[in-house]
Write a protein that binds this ligand. Structure first.
Ligand code: GLU
Length: 393
């Protein structure tokens, strides 16, 4: 099955009962991209906004909790300032975002108000999601808003986000928000009906895949890289978002923003869009944070015995199983664990710095104290801080 998974995924779609998958969905995140919200001349697409709000309002009124992740701040800001195209330099983009964000919020406020639904603006950066305290604060705020029946409207805090601290694209942001909110389903709404076997604009024989069971290398290749002229994403970032969400044990749907009531219709069980199926059990919030919100500071290579102990027996990583250490990490940083073929299979928080880990690599736990002069932990990564990733990650 591995050799031809893409075609297998098309064939096996009938086995998945969407109704069953959707039954327990209570809280959803919906992401809409710039290319769906902003016209070619950098104005807000009013009709699209009307439809989106109408759709989300009916989902909300049916008793579900809704979080919206919206792009379009830079795009609409560009138009409002009177620029002809999206500027290339960062401060100009940030200025456009500052102008556009308030336009975006007032457009949503005006529309949701008609349904008597309060909304709230939440602007986040990668930095907020990496820092455990800020992550917890943002999560608490989000949950409080939901308790009040408010629809949180999230975007990246573009005015402060420069390269090192930004998420960079709202597909990934929406996946991280799904984790932050502990939501049951992520919708990514875009200008395509879903995920195709090839680019449908170039190949008329390209088929829509209704259900993606596994995100493998073949599928990633089919995703290509191209985005649209107004947005930042493209299919690649959607697949990255799907990896985060499904790897966390949650389903994701990719569907067309231009189809009326698309979210409600999919929730009602209509066979629209592409479903990306959760891989295994839902992971705890702590483990999702470790796996997907933190920057990776190093790589630990383990031998075959340690690989089995970690993946099959739920054990912690000991120094004796280590065969390679790279990177420059300190206590508490996140690292990748790779097998003897260099394939990543886990991520975790280390108890020793790169320097210390190098010194104790391959040694018995009982030798650590003699080598380092101290032994604060028996494990290099404790199993509570270790996340095993999907096999095809
Ligand atoms: N935060 C950006 C904006 O509001 C969009 C980023 C994205 O679309 O991925 O313009």
């Amino acid at each position: 099955m591995k050799s031809n998974l893409l075609s297998a995924q098309t064939e096996y779609r009938q086995e998945v009962n969407r109704q069953e998958l959707l039954q327990s969905v209570k809280r959803i995140v919906v992401k809409i991209g710039t290319s769906s919200l902003i016209t070619k001349d950098f104005k807000l697409n009013k009709e699209r906004l009307d439809n989106l709000v109408d759709d989300l309002a009916s989902v909300k009124q049916s008793g579900k909790e809704v979080i919206l992740v919206t792009s379009g701040a830079i795009g609409t800001g560009v138009g409002r300032i009177g620029l002809k195209r999206r500027p290339q330099d960062i401060p100009s983009q940030q200025a456009a975002a500052a102008v556009g964000q308030s336009l975006l919020m007032s457009a949503y406020e005006e529309r949701f108000r008609k349904y008597n639904l309060p909304i709230a603006q939440m602007l986040l950066t990668q930095d907020d999601l990496r820092n455990r305290k800020r992550y917890t604060n943002a999560s608490n705020t989000l949950h409080a808003l939901l308790r009040y029946g408010v629809i949180p409207v999230v975007n990246e805090n573009d005015t402060v986000a420069v390269e090192e601290i930004k998420v960079g694209d709202n597909d990934t942001l929406s996946a991280l928000v799904t984790n932050l909110a502990d939501a049951d389903l992520l919708f990514i709404l875009s200008d395509t009906d879903g995920f195709y076997t090839d680019d449908p604009r170039k190949n008329s024989g390209a088929k829509l895949i209704k259900v993606v069971l596994t995100i493998n290398a073949e599928l990633k290749k089919a995703a290509g890289k191209k985005g649209s002229s107004v947005g930042t994403g493209g299919m690649e970032t959607k697949i990255r978002a799907a990896q985060i969400v499904t790897g966390s044990g949650v389903n994701m749907v990719l569907a067309n923003a231009s189809v009326e009531k698309i979210v409600q219709r999919i929730l009602d069980g209509e066979e629209l869009g592409t479903f990306f199926l959760a891989e295994g059990e839902r992971k705890s919030g702590w483990k999702r944070w470790i796996a997907y919100s933190l920057p990776i500071k190093g790589v630990l290579q383990v031998d075959a015995g340690a690989y089995i102990a970690l993946t099959k027996r739920g054990k912690s990583l000991l120094a004796s199983g280590l065969i390679g250490v790279t990177g420059n990490f300190k206590f508490g940083d996140a690292v990748r664990c790779v097998d003897d073929n260099n394939k990543e299979f886990a991520r975790g928080l280390v108890n020793y710095s790169a320097d210390e880990t190098n010194k104790i690599k391959g040694k018995k736990t009982s030798e650590i104290e003699t080598i380092l002069g101290h032994k604060h932990y028996d494990e290099v990564i404790h199993r509570d801080n270790l996340v095993i990733l999907r096999e095809n990650g």
